[in-house]
Design a protein around this ligand. Structure first.
Ligand SMILES: [Zn+2]
Length: 290
């Protein structure tokens, strides 16, 4: 009997080109910030068909990126200017490059959903929210609020291609981290289910390769979290109360040890969700089933 694959592809060792034209209205430039958490680095996206396109996400501010972006604009788009910057969320590997980009290409409007205390590295922003439409020549982007990974997270639906820029909500390989302090797993699951309702052909993720089977991928993401939840409950069954890291050691057997602290953050997110549902209790950082 064949078993459904549940997001096992890892981003470790994954290589991506520095820049690439994908369609006539979408090209990508890699943020040059590879790490265990960003995989090959952040994908930044040049969107639109004019000589003044939009830049969607800016990477982390790595010095060499500005030259790469300038070259990609020249060679892939024939452009020397940007119209404005659109951001998915406030994590530093997405907005950390804003100042570098505006220093190179001049001041421009920066659009994002505000998140108090997190937006300063982007300078002054123009606030947008769910349903906002950002228009440029050849491309119409509609913002979809998708909290969970981060509360300010916007995905952008590219109407002309039935494509979705998913930021960190759905990645090209592996899974995303739900931080236990600033994330929310219930919101995240709800966001994934709402994305399933969109008419989608393509996903342009912030990390890893373009996704051509979006419904299947989002379904896998939902199944993966449901599996982890069952595993967390299973780990606590008949056990003395456990710390989150002890649960990680039991169930993240396929994940390298240097990623265990991030896994513990996701496990704590599962535990907080189960706690809200009245299914587990915390006592001195140890968790048990009710
Ligand atoms: Zn993020």
């Amino acid at each position: 009997m064949s078993k459904q694959r549940v997001v096992t592809d890892s981003m470790i060792g994954l290589k991506m080109p520095d820049s690439q034209r994908i369609t006539r209205r979408v090209a990508t430039v890699l943020g040059q910030n590879p790490s265990p958490f960003t995989g090959p680095g952040t994908n930044t996206w040049i969107v639109g068909t004019s000589k003044r396109p939009i830049l969607l996400d800016t990477g982390q501010g790595v010095a060499i990126y500005a030259d790469l972006l300038e070259n990609a604009l020249k060679e892939l788009v024939g452009a020397t200017e940007l119209e404005r910057i659109v951001l998915t969320h406030a994590h530093i590997d997405h907005l950390g490059g804003v100042r570098q980009v505006t220093e190179r290409f001049g001041e421009m409007e920066v659009l994002k959903m505000p998140w108090e205390g997190h937006d300063a590295p982007a300078g002054e922003i123009s606030a947008i929210g769910h349903g906002a439409v950002v228009h440029t020549e050849g491309a119409t982007l509609r913002a979809v609020h998708t909290p969970g990974h981060a509360r300010d997270h916007l995905c952008y639906y590219l109407e002309e291609e039935r494509a979705l820029f998913t930021g960190d909500v759905v990645l090209g390989a592996g899974t995303t981290v739900i931080p236990d302090d600033t994330g929310d797993l219930s919101d995240y699951m709800d966001s994934l289910r709402r994305l399933l309702e969109l008419d989608l052909e393509t996903i342009y993720p912030a990390h890893g390769p373009v996704i051509r089977n979006p419904k299947e991928k989002i379904g896998e993401y939902i199944a993966h979290r449901e599996l982890r939840e069952r595993q967390v409950i299973e780990a606590l069954k008949g056990s003395a109360p456990l710390e989150a890291m002890a649960i990680v050691k039991k169930i993240y057997v396929d994940v390298p040890e240097y990623l265990h602290p991030a896994a513990a953050s996701s496990v704590r997110s599962h535990l907080r969700k189960l706690e809200r549902e009245g299914r587990v209790t915390e006592h001195e950082k140890r968790w048990s089933l009710n």
